[in-house]
Design a protein around this ligand. Structure first.
Ligand code: SF4
Length: 438
């Protein structure tokens, strides 16, 4: 006899790119489960794949294509739906890949199920509507289990038009999620076991809906019973209200001391060419003020190497700013030309090999810096929110983003505990359990 489970169609979701894509992929997964599919991890045999793509760099395009091909090769005859930023910007290129059935841009990505019923096609169906300019709500499934940490989408799109960035075209203009709707989802997440909510979007500091801003959100979530932590994801330098730092410093507020703030370059000449909205001295002043006022603050940043016009001098300036200031880590991106962006008209092109060399150099600085950051916490006792046990040990993060593992027979899944940090191993810190707090 064939069990119901065996008869159930299987679906998988693969996510490329940012936290915002991850949060949307979670909603996509919930929609699939609600529609009766059994979710399986990407890489296992499936009847349907949703590939949520990224187009921020050329490398992201290539990785998206690779994932699509990988699924089709392993699952001939399955239905392949390609969603997201690369679908928005490169639908024609995706349509060239034999076996793709559906290509949906960002406007319709969360209603992808409406198009899946069309079945397999000779040529893919392309749905790429104009991106709406209005604020939005998201329908979410309130009854599926969800534990530990969840990304909560509060905003989409961006109006800043940095000269290298394709995101304002891929995701449209800045718009905010309906305040009530996002609070309802936050409540539902907490009821389903979530202990940490990460606020995500493209430019979350510009959130504004019915006179509510990002501070209104963190203060509202602060009083949600059962929620232990709020984290904000990447936030643009000119958009962080001082009061947000006060919340991070306040021991009675559950907003974590974590600030990922993209610098992109340490050279004013390059920042201007990039059309960033600050001078490097203001950026440096801001992060030092933050570090001085928020105890145990983790400051991370993004740096883009090889932007046109970046010579040795400008690159050195960037490395120097990174080394001289209280950063815990940086994410390094290598500049690549994106169609439609003003930067591709710049003439002082940096050869690709040089862009890569600079990227590799900065990554080395970053490894050292992250090590030093972890080292500065050895011997201290920190609170860690633990995830599922993996390979016999419990992994988790401190509020200020130190990856910690603990080897104990106690069940730490989804628990907050005080941990004594003892030793750096690979890219995490080993710690011994002091006390479970929840
Ligand atoms: S702030 Fe600049 S880099 Fe960030 S999404 Fe907007 S345009 Fe792109």
């Amino acid at each position: 006899m064939v069990s119901n489970k065996a008869k159930q169609k299987k679906a998988t979701v693969h996510t490329l790119g940012c936290r915002l894509n991850q949060s949307e992929s979670h909603i996509i997964r919930e929609k699939l489960e609600e529609a009766g599919y059994r979710y399986v991890p990407f890489g296992e045999k499936a009847d349907l794949a949703v590939i949520n793509t990224c187009t921020v760099t050329r490398e992201a395009d290539a990785k998206s294509r690779q994932a699509i091909r990988q699924f089709i090769r392993k699952n001939p005859g399955a239905f392949t739906a390609v969603l997201g930023c690369y679908s928005q910007m490169g639908a024609k290129d995706i349509a060239e890949i034999a076996g793709v059935d559906l290509i949906i841009g960002n406007q319709n990505k969360l209603s992808f199920l409406d198009y899946v019923g069309h079945g397999k096609n000779e040529r893919p169906l392309i749905v790429r509507d104009r991106i709406d300019k209005n604020d939005f709500s998201i329908s979410f499934a309130g009854d599926l289990p969800f534990e530990k940490r969840a990304n909560l989408k509060i905003q989409d799109g961006c109006n800043f038009m940095c000269s290298f960035c394709v995101i304002p075209f891929a995701r449209g203009r800045s718009r905010s999620r309906d305040y009530k709707n996002l609070i309802q989802e936050a409540q539902s997440l907490v009821e389903r076991g979530v202990r940490e909510i990460v606020l995500t979007g493209v430019n979350i500091g510009t959130y504004n809906n019915h006179d509510c801003d990002i501070l209104s959100i963190v203060d509202h979530l602060n009083i949600l019973s059962g929620l232990l932590r709020i984290r904000i994801s990447s936030i643009e330098p000119t958009t962080v209200p001082e009061a947000l730092l006060d919340r991070m410093a306040d021991p009675d507020h559950i907003l974590l001391p974590y600030l990922h703030i993209p610098m992109q370059s340490g050279s004013d000449k390059i920042l201007q060419l990039m059309r960033r909205k600050y001078a490097i001295c203001d950026f440096v002043k801001f992060i030092n003020n933050a570090a001085n006022n928020v105890p145990n603050l983790c400051i991370g940043t993004d740096i883009l190497t090889g932007f046109p016009g970046e010579g040795e001098k400008e690159f050195d300036e960037t490395c120097q700013v990174f080394l001289d200031n209280p950063f815990a880590y940086c994410h390094v991106f290598t500049y690549s030309e994106r169609k439609g962006t003003p930067a591709i008209r710049e003439s002082e092109i940096v050869p690709v090999s040089e862009r890569n060399r600079r990227g590799a150099f900065l990554r080395k600085l970053n490894s050292k810096r992250r090590y030093n950051y972890y080292e500065s916490y050895l011997g201290k006792t920190m609170e860690v929110l633990f995830e599922d046990k993996r390979q016999g040990i419990w992994p988790g993060y401190t509020g200020n983003y130190i990856r910690v593992v603990s080897d104990t027979s106690q069940d730490l899944r989804n628990r907050l505990a005080r941990v004594h940090l003892e030793k750096i191993s690979a890219d995490y810190v080993e710690g011994s359990l002091v006390k479970v707090l929840n």
